[in-house]
Design a protein around this ligand. Sequence first.
Ligand code: TXA
Ligand code: MG
Length: 311
Amino acid sequence: MRVSPQEAINFLLNGAVVALPTETVYGLAACIHSRSAIEKIYSLKKRPLNNPLIVHLADPADLRDFIVETPPNLKELMDRFFPGPLSIIVSIDTDKIPSIARSGLSTAAFRVPTHPIVRSIIRTTGPLVMPSANLSGKPSATDPEAVECDFGKDFPVVDGGETQEGLESTVLAFKEGRWWIARLGAITPAEFAETLGYVPLNWTTSRGMTSPISPGQLFKHYSPNALLKLVEQPMELEGIVVGFSDRRYPRASSVYYLGSLKNPNGVAANLYRILRKLDQDQVQEAVIDMDMPYTGLWSTIRDRLEKAADS
Ligand code: TXA
Ligand code: MG
C-alpha cells in the first residue's frame, strides 16, 4: 500500500512500522524509542535477534546525543561521507537506544541518508532504526514492488521509485587502532584513502568469517530461491545465465542482463532486481558470469553474488 510521507510520519509516531526509500535500498523503519515497533521489525523480517539495526539520523550533528567515545578520524569521515551510503559503528550511551535495536551491544551503527524523503521524515520523527526492507536472507528491496512482494500488498511503503545505489551502505568500525570495513557496500574501500591516509581492509577477509564485526555477515544473505552457480569462464555458460550486455553467451537458453561491464554503478543498481526477477520467473537454477574485475564497486558486487550463491 503506497502511503505519503505524511502518512508514514503518522504511522511511525503511532508506533507502527513502514517501509521508506533511501539512496541505497528500501528500509523497514521504526522510531528509535518504539520498542514494540522494533520487535515488529524483527518478526516481520524473520530476522535473528542477534543482528543489530542501523540508526538513521537526519543530521550528522545528531550523533553527539548517542556517542561516548570518539575514535580517530571520525569527524573527517563524517565531514566527507555524511550524508551518504556510509554506516559508522561507535560506542554509545546504552540508555539512548533500546537494547533490542542493538542486540544488547554497547555499540551502534549510524548513518545519515541523503535521500530527501527519508531525511525529511526523520527531521519530524527523530532517529529511525531501519534494516533493509526484505525478508531475512532475501535480496534487499530496491523498489516498492520488492517490498510488497516480501511483506504483502497492504504493507505501507513510501514510493521513492528505484533506489539510486542498489547496494547497502558500507559499514566501518574502528578496532585495534584502525578503521575496518565491517561490510562492503556502496562506498568502495579506496574512497576512504584520502580521508584516512590508508585503505581500510575488509575485516572478514582478513580475519575469517567466524568472528565478523557485523553479526549480519554470519547469516544467509541476498539469496533468491534459485540455485546459483558462479562461473568464471563466460564462454562455457549454459542454461539460464545472469551476465553482462557486453558479452554473448552462445550456449545460454536465456540471459538476464545485469548491465554493462563498463558501468559498475549500473550493475549495482540492477543487481537485486535481477536476483528477484529469477524468483518471479520461477527459475530453479541459474549460472552467474563472474568474469568481472575485483576492484572498486565490483568487490561489493562480487561479495553480494558470492553470498547469494552460498546457500
Ligand atoms: O544501506 C543500508 O545500510 C540499509 C538502508 C535501509 O539504510 N540498511 C541496511 O540494514 O542494510 P541491515 O539491517 O540490512 O544491515 C545492517 C548491518 C548488519 O550487517 C548488522 O549486523 C550491522 O549492520 N550492524 C548494525 N549495528 C551494528 C553494531 N553495533 N555492530 C556491528 N554491526 C552492526
Ligand atoms: Mg539487510
